[in-house]
Ligand binder design. Structure first.
Ligand code: FUB
Length: 342
């Protein structure tokens, strides 16, 4: 079995990027709190972030190759946040600075997405005093298009991630997508279901040049279509519908949007010829691992492609005490992605 890459802390939700010829990993930092497990994810009560970097992704890992850059942000460093520093990501702006994106609950218990700014990929990062205007839900994934330099944030997560609390009656095109229509009656492990119901789409927003705000168009739906119908994936299709853990990467002229299916525990992907879609479902990347959640990132390093993800091997199966792993990912001649899963 692939061994954990990080063994000194419980870590999860690894977002990996190459900066200055090193792989930087921005994970969640899991901890034990004694909070009872529930389907709202309350037991995932993380309070700070560490950043790691390495150049060796092939096991056996030498502990000397992996640098823990220490704590780079804490809940108490974020004026608007109350708890639950969930899955983060980072990007480098056109100004050369580094931007750490992270979700947390605000003082009203509503997830927002914050940004913290640093001068090096390993931080430290200073948080903006307010969340990104118009942001909501969880799991921000940044993507800087290697060909245009345009930067985007992809986000959203069902159940504890509150994406289902922002529905607007009517077609998806009528969604407000500005974070102002939070409906608390949809809080908890709920989502649309039933004949004719369409799965909720993840969101994307273009970042302006400040990297700290969305462009005036704000957040939009990232449409994912079923290849056999050309229609949006149905809500009841839990093996393919978006749940959480958005990630975007580009290989050649193809954009790959990958995500977790949540309660069916797959990592899957969809492809498009534009970073804003529409995307068409393409297949599975990873079968269920030990533990409830599955969350990942995909990055090219030294001519090979890598899937960073987590499972619960280090804690012997405790769902909220996870460990980051990495495995090589491959593409067939049609661009379909696959891993050699053990
Ligand atoms: O780590 C907390 C949450 O668990 C993340 O935000 C989700 O993607 C899931 O991995």
């Amino acid at each position: 079995m692939t061994p954990p890459l990080i063994t000194t802390l419980y870590t999860a939700d690894p977002s990996a990027h190459v900066f200055n010829n090193r792989v930087y990993i921005y994970p969640s930092h899991d901890r034990e709190t004694g909070i009872a497990f529930n389907d709202n994810g309350d037991q995932y009560d993380m309070a700070d972030y560490h950043v790691f970097s390495t150049t060796n992704l092939d096991p056996p890992y030498d502990p000397a190759d992996l640098v823990d850059h220490g704590i780079v942000l804490r809940t108490e460093d974020v004026p608007w946040a109350s708890k639950q520093l969930w899955a983060p990501d980072a990007a480098q702006g056109r100004d050369g600075r580094f931007y750490l994106y992270f979700p947390a609950r605000d003082r009203a218990g509503i997830f927002r997405i914050g940004v913290a700014v640093g001068d090096a990929p390993e931080g430290p990062f200073a948080a903006d005093p307010e969340p990104i205007p118009g942001s909501f839900s969880i799991d921000p994934a940044s993507f800087v298009d290697p060909d245009t330099g345009d930067a985007y944030l992809y986000f959203g997560g069902l159940w504890g991630g509150q994406l289902q609390c922002y529905q607007t009656p009517g077609p998806a095109s009528s969604n407000k997508n500005d974070g102002t229509n939070f409906d608390a009656t949809w809080s908890g492990p709920k989502e649309p279901s039933g004949a004719g119901a369409q799965a909720l789409f993840p969101k994307y927003a273009k970042l302006d040049d400040s990297m700290r705000a969305f462009t005036p168009e704000g957040a939009q739906d990232l449409v994912i279509l079923a290849p056999e119908t050309g229609e949006p994936i149905p809500a009841d299709d839990h093996a393919r519908r978006f749940f959480e853990a958005a990630w975007m990467h580009k290989r050649g002229d193809t954009y790959y949007f990958s995500y977790s299916t949540g309660d069916t525990h797959y990592l899957v992907y969809a492809t498009a010829k534009s970073p804003t879609g529409p995307f068409t479902y393409g297949g599975r990347i990873l079968e269920p691992v030990l533990g409830w959640t599955t969350h990942h990132s995909i990055v090219e390093f030294q001519g090979r492609w890598w899937l960073f993800h987590h499972d619960c091997e280090l804690s012997k199966g405790v769902n909220h005490l996870r460990c980051v792993k990495v495995r090589e990912i491959f593409y067939d001649e049609d661009g379909k992605m696959f891993t050699k899963q053990d």
